[in-house]
Design a binder for this molecule. Structure first.
Ligand code: XBP
Ligand code: MG
Length: 253
């Protein structure tokens, strides 16, 4: 039987609730600064989240929701510039400490490190955003705790394609059967399952109604000893918070 050797984490929605009060706000700031009247409400952003990747999301918005906006062969450049501005606003927001990690995340990462469990990241977000989130929550130098950070445009096909997980596995030099993935969304689990990874889901407000068929476990969050998780689907092996002991049991099952 293959042993559990690495945990691979998604970032947005999994490590932290970054979408509604982070990325969305930063997009709107970039639009305003560029003199555009685009304004992404909480509800509209929920619909836009079906497309991963900020540049791809803006293109989808123009194609499906703001069809009156004139587009031509300069539009990709406009999107690129807006995205650079959005990344600046987003990383500033993270630097202000606006977005904490979700319950149980820091504890589980610390436990993994203490037990020499390898850890990695697989996300569609821009690398600068990952660095900013980790450094402003886990502390300076914490990026180095992650053996592989697979992020952004490093693969052309973003989630739900499995490519970003395949890339992370290749860099870890591990087969999928030695790893667990942590996700929060339908596009995320399609990607991780596509890479043949057993996957644990922690839902959030944008993803609670998503289809998580194929997940090993669906939870409301990772839980803490004094703040148990709620199990929505799957076997939690009698645990009330994610820890390596139960992850090993779940992985072996
Ligand atoms: C996250 C994303 C990202 C962020 C925005 O999805 O889709 O696009 O919303 O980041 P996942 P960028 O959690 O499935 O990886 O603007 O840097 O793309
Ligand atoms: Mg996510």
């Amino acid at each position: 039987m293959s042993s559990l050797q690495a945990l691979i984490f998604d970032v947005d929605g999994t490590l932290a609730d970054t979408e509604r009060d982070g990325h969305r706000i930063a997009f709107n700031q970039a639009f305003k600064q560029a003199g555009l009247d685009w304004d992404w409400s909480v509800d509209l952003y929920g619909e836009l989240l079906q497309v991963t990747g900020g540049k791809e999301r803006m293109a989808f918005y123009l194609e499906k929701f703001n069809t009156d906006f004139p587009t031509d062969d300069t539009t990709p450049q406009l999107i690129k510039e807006l995205h650079q501005s959005k990344t600046r606003h987003y990383t500033e927001l993270l630097a202000s400490g606006a977005i904490p990690l979700r319950p149980g995340v820091e504890r589980l990462i610390n436990e993994a490190r203490a037990q020499n469990m390898r850890i990695a990241i697989a996300t569609t977000t821009t690398p600068e955003n990952v660095t900013a989130l980790l450094e402003h929550t886990l502390g300076a130098g914490s990026c180095d705790w992650f053996e592989v950070i697979a992020a952004g445009d490093i693969v052309p096909a973003k989630k739900p394609a499995p490519d970003i997980y395949d890339w992370a596995l290749e860099k870890l030099a591990l087969p999928a059967e030695n790893c667990l993935a942590f996700e929060d969304s339908e596009n995320g689990i399609k990607s991780s399952l596509g890479a043949a990874l057993k996957t644990i889901i922690t839902i959030n407000d944008y993803t609670r109604d998503h289809d998580f068929s194929g997940a090993a476990l669906v939870l409301d969050n990772m839980g803490e000893p004094d703040q148990p998780f709620t199990t929505l689907a799957g076997d939690n092996y009698g645990a009330s918070y994610l820890n390596l002991d139960m992850l090993k049991k779940l992985h072996a099952a």
